[in-house]
Design a protein around this ligand. Structure first.
Ligand code: TRP
Length: 336
């Protein structure tokens, strides 16, 4: 493969195929990735190696990994313009992960809030991988020398640790790694649970979560049951502090229709929640319909998806191995 000739900045992100993708993943992340490939050299991967820090059903993990790739493509991530790959297809992640384990401190890992949360939630399986997960994530990132890492707020601490590890390594061995910046989308892109608008939409609370592959009638039912607010005014006004449920629905409607909050306020003047909720539901159904249909079509085309995986892995392996070779040399592994 040829050397990269472009001077484009590099961007990389991953999503764990540990649950079905939902509206929050789409509006908050994947949708915003689709048009970045003009400006950036983009890498997006299925973080399957991270998912086994929590027990998975093997058949489900396989299905979701491929389904996630199909959904990425259906959401507009053109595989010709973006490098889409599966983490476990690029051995350098595990290889650099081990090296970085040796440059990450026990104390640092102990302070990670995701580790504390997950070990509380899975008290019967606090395995070493769950603990060293941030070193593997640092490897995921640093292998590709990215400028930017688009992530959710919950991954900020892991990104900070990645920067610390990279600086520590560079201080010892010279400029091996680029120090990447996390890129965290603004509040507006944060989609909250439909029935608990103070928490992020999450697969762990399925009643308040709209899955990308969900049937239209199920989506409509979830919107009709969405919690608006306990106040008595029954009007559509943007007030995230006092009316978080309504504000969340307005954000979702805005994201799906490209209308502004002012336009939405005007559109629903004099109308109540009963009129508003199904309209938001319809807008979501129509936004997701082409994605679902295209993803369903792609999922049946296993040969095409395998081909994308192979091409993505080939490019990713090439770039990742360049960094890995440098690291191996720096730490003193024998070169033949
Ligand atoms: N830890 C991330 C999450 O749970 C997923 C992830 C793994 C990731 N490796 C990454 C995100 C590298 C960005 C870059 O959401």
């Amino acid at each position: 493969m040829e050397e990269k000739t472009t001077a484009k900045k590099v961007m990389l992100s991953g999503i764990q195929p540990s649950g079905d993708l939902h509206l929050g993943n789409y509006l908050g992340a994947i949708k915003t990735w689709a048009n970045r490939s003009e400006l950036y050299d983009c890498y997006y991967f299925m973080a399957d190696m991270h998912t086994i820090t929590v027990r998975q059903t093997p058949a489900d993990l396989r299905r979701r990994t491929l389904e996630q790739l199909a959904i990425y493509i259906a959401c507009g991530l053109d595989p010709e313009k973006n490098t889409l790959f599966v983490q476990s297809h690029v051995p350098a992640h595990a290889q650099l992960g081990w090296v970085l384990d040796c440059y990450t401190m026990f104390g640092e890992l102990s302070r990670m809030t995701q580790f504390k949360d997950k070990s509380a939630k899975h008290a019967d399986n606090i395995n070493a991988g769950l603990f060293t997960y941030p070193s593997l994530m640092a490897a995921d990132i640093l292998l590709y020398q990215p400028d930017l890492i688009p992530v959710g707020q919950d991954q900020k601490q892991h990104c900070e640790l990645t920067r610390d590890i990279a600086r520590r390594f560079n201080n010892l061995y010279g400029e091996v790694f680029k120090i990447p910046e996390p890129f965290i989308p603004k509040e507006g892109a944060r989609i909250m649970s439909l029935n608990a608008p103070d928490s992020k939409m999450s697969k762990s609370m399925p009643d308040g979560c709209v899955f990308l592959m969900e049937k239209p009638e199920d989506i409509m039912r979830k919107f009709k049951r969405a919690i608006t607010d306990s106040d008595t005014e029954n009007c559509i006004r943007y007030d995230p502090e006092n009316k978080p449920g309504v504000a969340n629905l307005m954000n979702i409607y805005a994201a799906c229709t490209d209308k502004t909050i002012d336009e939405i306020t005007a559109e629903f003047e004099g109308k109540g929640y009963g009129a508003f909720k199904p309209v938001v539901g319809e807008a979501v159904v129509e936004t997701l319909r082409p994605i679902r249909e295209e993803a369903q079509r792609l999922i049946t085309d296993k040969a095409y998806l395998s081909d994308i995986c192979k091409k993505g892995a080939e490019k990713a392996n090439y770039v990742a191995n360049k960094t890995l070779r440098k690291v191996y040399k720096k730490v003193g592994f024998l070169q033949l």
